[in-house]
Design a protein around this ligand. Structure first.
Ligand code: COA
Length: 159
């Protein structure tokens, strides 16, 4: 997949992972006070590597200050997840910068379906035309408790 980069002032959003320390990026998740904070770093690194990840970088030294992952086939659908901005960079419009880039991306701008799950950030996603699912009765999920899923990952990560 071709990579894309956008600049706004001191900040860059890029889908190009080259030169980015993925462990540092993964550690951002662990710093958030939300459901995924106990997630093993290796699990997040693997998830980033296997997703279309939009990284937000600060300044000349390109410090990772946030990212959003799209789990996608690049053709029919994308699941948007791990929307996160480092605590000291929150409130500066960076998640909106990332989402505006996603909406400009030649593949994702007109993808038939994008899904996400949020406890409280509906107002952020509404800015990009996300709406509550019209037919929730059509959606199903299979959930494994976090600790079981993480333990399973640790046991099988080299399989
Ligand atoms: C949510 C989060 C990604 C927002 O990032 P940010 O860069 O600080 O947000 P921005 O400065 O781009 O502004 C976000 C906009 O969405 C709105 N918003 C709606 N719900 C929000 C929420 N729960 N948290 C933050 N902003 C929210 C804000 O009011 C703001 O709108 P405005 O510009 O009209 O005032 C960030 O606070 C974060 O990393 N939180 C921890 C992880 C998390 O909760 N992720 C989302 C889970 S679905």
């Amino acid at each position: 997949m071709q990579t894309y980069t956008w600049k706004r002032g001191d900040f860059t959003v890029t889908t190009d992972p080259s030169g980015i320390d993925l462990k540092k990026a993964a550690a951002l998740i662990a710093r958030q006070d939300w459901c995924c904070k106990d997630r093993p770093l290796d699990l997040t690194v693997k998830a980033i590597q296997n997703s279309e990840t939009f990284f937000c970088l600060a300044g000349e030294n390109r410090e990772v200050v946030g990212f959003v992952r799209l789990i996608t086939d690049y053709a029919t659908a994308a699941y948007v997840t791990d929307v996160n901005i480092a605590p000291e960079y929150k409130g500066r419009g960076l998640s909106k910068f990332i989402f505006s880039c996603i909406m400009e991306h030649p593949v994702f701008c007109k993808l038939r379906r994008m899904l996400l799950c949020t406890p409280d950030a509906h107002g952020l996603y509404a800015k990009y035309d996300f709406k509550p699912v019209a037919h929730p009765e059509e959606f199903m999920e299979r959930l494994i408790p976090y600790d079981e899923a993480y333990a399973h990952f640790e046991k099988n990560k080299n399989a």
